[in-house]
Design a protein. Sequence first.
Length: 258
Amino acid sequence: MTMNRRTFSAALVAGAAALVSTRSMATTSAPAKASNVVLAHGLFADGSCWSEVIARLQAAGLNATAVQNPLTTLPEAVASVQRVLARQDGPTVLVGHSFSGMIVTEAGVHPNVSALVYIAARAPDAGEDYTALAKTFPTPPASAGIVFDGDEGRLSETAFLRDFAGDLPEAKAKVLYAVQEPFQKALLTGKTTQAAWRSKPSFYAVSTEDRTINPDLERFMAKRMGAKTIEVKASHLSLISHPDEITQLILEAAGLRP
């Protein structure tokens, strides 16, 4: 059967409308009420960075677990989260900060995951080169502060205090600097093979004073995924400097507040 130009155009518009409709339903539908929260950390940190948020989630009656991301390769980091997700009993909100947005995007397809929360986090599409995407926005200052010892990377103290934890008291930021977990170069080469935000309700907290990920890049990714978005006047470490706002967003993703 041949298709004239008018019929083809009508089919194309109908197909695009169906795609938009499906995408909208995936992101704007109310998440299932969750009883668990799994939290993944990014570069220059460890699981303890979630301590302020965990205390508040526990006070709200939620079971919270922070994953110790090995920071070796993306598949190994994803596997560490998948093991924790498999132990959860019932709907679970998966939360990622910074680099671990890559993990949330990949591991979030797990059937236990009811909603996704990105905190100043990477949110690539399936197969997307995140580095290339980031280069379409001005480079944030913290990038110049990454130093390597062979294949092991970390953030210099100056960059950590100024560009990573800029709105924390200096004494507290220095403690966090002292316990930062080095990462392997191989971690940065990984690409996601799927994008959980295309099928799961998604939430995003933009850090407006971020000097580690460009805030406009954060806004772009949040808008692209159709996420419920809040903006927090915070450094990259909003989960530590503004734990109340971050906790409230997670509670919303857990279906515990409107």
